[in-house]
Design a protein around this ligand. Sequence first.
Ligand code: ADP
Ligand code: MG
Length: 236
Amino acid sequence: MSLLEIKDMTKQFGGLTAVDSLDLSIGRGEILGLIGPNGAGKSTAFNCVAGVFPPTNGSIVFDGEDITGQSPWDLCKKGMGRTFQIVKPFNALTALENVMVGAFATTSKRNEAEEKSAEVLDMLGMGDKKELKPGAMTIADRKRLEIAKALATDPKLLLLDEVMAGLRPTEVDEVIEIIRSLKESGMTIFVIEHIMRAIMALSDEIVVIQFGKKICQGVPEVVANDENVIKAYLGE
Ligand code: ADP
Ligand code: MG
């Protein structure tokens, strides 16, 4: 059975339909890419899945349970980890303390949270930046910190919303490698990304949305050559 199954999901903001009858599913251990022009509804779809707000219609089944409308905190404890497109670090806290906020979703013991957070930062190549505050970090490190906060919650499903935006090509390559190693460790990953070469390199399957509606779904090679997808991007 799939780890995540979204059925007929719609999200309206007043008269605007941001997500329109979306169906998709993600198999365990897979990477699903979600792409589409700016304003297509990608982040809104993530927000519904992660419980930021409930969908107007439709259902979301996670790990066999209907989780539609549950709170971000409950979902986090059930294994839903997510990053925000606009990173939101706690600026008064160090990198380590920021990550510990995530780790406290899985343990109430300070030493365990600290150990876990240090491990995650080491894995992301930020071992020497544990005491830095976000204001003193590069954009690339702030993005990595955002990933670290999500990873410290021990997610079964990791939702990554444009974690590569604003990075240099070599930094993009580093994040691609990080995501690959997470997949190798068995994690299931749902990724929104505007950088085409990254999404093509990482995804087992890609869903393309435009005006909230799915316009194409398939393996990267198929999606990249789809007429509707090319049109959607040319029109941007
Ligand atoms: P994407 O992530 O694909 O660029 P979004 O999901 O952010 O697109 O936005 C989809 C549409 O929904 C846009 O028209 C956006 O202005 C609108 N929207 C997103 N979030 C909200 C909100 N909280 N309130 C009202 N409108 C929103
Ligand atoms: Mg977005």
